[in-house]
Design a protein around this ligand. Structure first.
Ligand code: AMP
Length: 401
């Protein structure tokens, strides 16, 4: 599926600001110079940028709304803010129950499906050439859907290479159908290949994604004539949250509690790296923590950038597994020119403004920073989806999914 497709509902609202990945603050001289200094973690002062190392620095999203007034714990249960918050969440949940996964799809889209027999090395080039980061796999011998290829699979291949470096020639000849054997060989749990029918409620797709920690889910139908499986498309957490943001302003505007108060995101035991860390070290962190992105910080814990699982794909283009000793700084400097930057927010920002940012831009996660751009936490799309679906729900209501 092409993530760059625009759902019909969204087209109406106009997402022309998608390219504005770096918040307006980044263009202000003071912030830009602080952020672009690309500080060497081993030195005290800012360094002159080496050619090719000019990385997009991201400042806190200034269009996030101002701090709401603080409230005491005693008025927490009865305060109108809480009532609005619950009303907003319920509104979104009802919306997800009456819309289907099919509704999320744009009117026209491109779907790249890869044959399971393809060499893994070649699949990398196909993803890069098509500007996509995942693809459904097809078993043409049995005529069945064979799972979803994602950056996690490439990370598994890298781990395999690290564990069995003398087998580089063999790794080069691996086909997509070998991915499950690779999982077994390196001892990782196989990713559950969940899927949903496109006409089932969107709520169901969301619940399955949360249950399996999948960041995307294939929509599988059955062909009426042949009775065979058909891959309709793939929907991502990003696409679902965008769909919610674009079509639910009346509900998202009620979510006025600061992220600090609702505990949205992760704030302890954060996995970080610096510009001089090797790509391989960052990959090991992602595996250890089971996460899809690692903030890149300087020696003062100021956020410089973010290394995402999808950044691994260009690093191993052509099967260059032995080049993973390159630094994060080198790898990030090879990002596409149109890379939208990363998004930051403060602990005082609210979910209504996060949804507003999602509505306007291509947000995959938010890095929570203080006024000095120091790392405080990270809010991933799965954190937002989880909160929106599960917060305040009774156990009984959750059983049926
Ligand atoms: P994600 O991999 O982005 O879907 O995130 C999965 C979970 O891990 C979420 O609860 C995130 O808040 C958390 N998380 C994401 N990145 C990091 C990180 N670098 N360090 C610690 N936790 C993280």
């Amino acid at each position: 599926m092409d993530d760059s497709c625009t759902p019909p509902d969204q087209a109406a609202s106009g997402t022309g600001s998608d390219a504005a990945g770096v918040s307006p603050q980044a263009s202000q001289p003071s912030t830009a110079s602080a952020g672009n200094s690309n500080t060497d973690p081993n030195l005290n002062g800012p360094l002159t940028l080496r050619p090719g190392h000019e990385l997009p620095f991201v400042a806190p999203s200034s269009y996030l709304r101002p701090k709401p007034s603080s409230r005491t714990m005693s008025d927490k249960t009865s305060n109108p803010l809480d009532k609005d918050q619950m009303q907003g969440l319920r509104g979104i949940r009802e919306f997800l129950k009456v819309r289907t996964s099919y509704d999320v799809l744009p009117l026209s889209f491109r779907l790249v499906i890869l044959d399971n027999d393809l060499l893994i090395r070649k699949s990398l080039n196909i993803l890069i050439q098509n500007g996509i980061v995942s693809a459904p796999l097809w078993d043409s011998r049995n005529g069945t859907f064979a799972g979803l290829l994602t950056s996690t699979d490439y990370i598994n291949v890298i781990q395999y290479y690290c564990q069995f470096p003398h087998e580089i020639d063999q790794v080069d000849q691996f086909r997509l159908s070998s991915l499950r054997d690779i999982e077994r060989a390196i001892g990782v749990l196989p990713l559950e290949t969940v899927s949903v029918h496109p006409m089932r409620p969107l709520y169901e797709a969301c619940r399955r994604m949360l249950k399996t920690r999948a960041r995307r889910i294939p929509l599988i139908d059955t062909d009426d004539e042949t009775g065979r499986e058909t891959v309709v498309s793939v929907i991502t957490q990003y696409r679902i949250l965008k769909f919610i943001a674009v079509n639910n302003e009346q509900h998202t505007m009620l979510l006025k509690k600061p992220v600090r108060e609702i505990g949205l995101g992760t704030y302890t035991d954060l996995a970080t790296a610096n510009m001089n860390s090797s790509v391989l070290d960052v990959i090991h962190l992602m595996v250890k923590y089971n996460i899809s992105a690692v903030p890149i910080v300087d020696k003062d814990n100021r956020v410089m950038n973010l290394f995402e699982a999808v950044d691994v794909i260009p690093c191993i283009k052509g099967g260059a597994y032995d080049e993973l000793t390159a630094t994060v700084g080198d790898a990030l400097s090879q990002r596409a020119e149109d890379f939208g930057g990363i998004y930051t927010c403060s602990e005082e920002d609210r979910l209504d403004s996060i949804f507003e940012t999602i509505r306007k831009s291509r947000v995959h996660r938010l890095i929570v920073v203080d006024d000095d751009s120091r790392l405080k936490g990270i809010i991933s799309l799965s954190d937002i989806l989880k909160y929106v679906l599960l917060y305040g729900e009774e156990e009984d209501d959750l059983q049926e999914y």
